[in-house]
Design a binder for this molecule. Structure first.
Ligand code: SF4
Length: 354
């Protein structure tokens, strides 16, 4: 699947419905598709009138994902795209920290998020005070913050990373001679990254410095409320029922679960894995909408679903709210100039590392 869904001219209402039917008729009843296509048509007309670009995260619900974004992708891909756009308005169909990142990269542009409620439990799991406490316990140790953090935490970090380049950023710092690296806030992503890179993992405690081995990734205790719910029992049960399944996990799942999977990676890397391999069927351990979006792009591949664990924050973004965002120019991301300046450096460093 290309990460661009851009079209030069706004498609007609009829074309919009036909495009959505071609992708989604297996998942979405036609009566629903007709309603969604009407909204998508109005959004696509308005975004051209306003010279707006719509960025859609891979976790967006299928009707939105396959109708209005000019670009789709994971946090890293969308950050790279937002750094280059010449649109006047960026509408970020994703969660708050993603829209903030787009604003930091485009301080002069209007950045909109369709719902003010689209937060992230993981991003809320670490504060500036936590980072400062860790820095005072471990002076001279660089701080890497996952892009799933708010702008104020990024502003006191040395590097940002996404799940797509977490190992690359850690290797980069090891290569610069750092023996210890603080990695925030996702405990499981940090632990899985430490394993991938081949260094020990320890959990930080802001009360007192823990004893460190010669080299270590120092992690934090926050977790994604969706990915932490997948269990080893989920994996073994599915394999028992479908021995030919290829299971691909996002690295925010626990190391025990990841160990049992066939592959892991960012949402982009998961998409590439499904596209390039030929298993009889696939199961993705990540937000459920992504399974639908990949299935729509790969009609020849059978996808199993574990959909009990959905991200309530990503689910806040709808076609209705996206239309409102463009009609009312809401909700604007506001960040101070000082914050933008301070958060820009770690984000730029992230964008330089694959
Ligand atoms: S899936 Fe997890 S990390 Fe992503 S927005 Fe939802 S809570 Fe945050």
């Amino acid at each position: 699947m290309s990460n661009t869904l851009a079209v030069q001219e706004a498609p007609t209402k009829e074309d919009t419905l036909e495009r959505m039917r071609a992708k989604l008729s297996e998942f979405v009843p036609d009566v629903e598709l007709q309603l969604k296509a009407e909204l998508a048509y109005r959004i696509n007309v308005l975004k051209r009138q306003l010279n707006a670009v719509i960025l859609g995260h891979n976790y967006m619900e299928p009707a939105l994902f396959h109708s209005v974004p000019d670009y789709v992708g994971d946090s890293l891909e969308l950050s790279r795209i937002s750094a280059k756009t010449d649109a006047d308005i960026i509408v970020f169909c994703g969660v708050q920290f993603m829209a903030e990142t787009a604003k930091i990269l485009n301080p002069q542009k209007t950045v909109l998020i369709p719902s003010e409620k689209a937060g992230c439990s993981l991003a809320s799991g670490v504060t500036v005070a936590d980072v400062r406490a860790l820095k005072s316990l471990y002076p001279d140790v660089p701080v890497v913050s996952y892009v799933n953090t708010y702008a104020d935490v990024k502003a006191v970090s040395d590097y940002c990373c996404t799940s797509g380049n977490a190992a690359g950023v850690v290797r980069h710092l090891l290569g610069k001679g750092h023996q210890h690296i603080i990695f925030l806030p996702d405990q499981y992503l940090a632990h899985n990254t430490a394993k991938e890179v081949g260094i020990p993992f320890v959990i930080a405690n802001t009360e007192k410095a823990v004893d460190l081995p010669e080299r270590a990734l120092i992690g934090w205790h926050a977790r994604c409320e969706v990915h932490e719910l997948f269990t080893t029992n989920d994996v073994t049960s599915v394999r028992q029922q479908f021995p030919d399944v290829a299971i691909v996990a996002h690295p925010e799942v626990s190391p025990e679960v990841l160990e049992l999977c066939d592959a892991s990676g960012s949402t982009k890397q998961m998409i590439d894995y499904v596209r390039k391999t030929t298993a009889d069927r696939y199961l993705l351990l990540t937000e459920c909408s992504m399974g639908d979006n990949i299935a729509a792009e790969n009609p020849d591949k059978e996808m199993l679903r574990l959909c009990s664990h959905r991200c309530p924050h990503m689910g806040q973004i709808t076609l209705e709210d996206t239309l409102d965002a463009l009609e009312k120019i809401q909700y604007k991301v506001h960040l101070s100039d000082e914050l933008i300046q301070a958060a820009r450096t770690p984000i730029d460093r992230m964008l330089e590392i694959r």
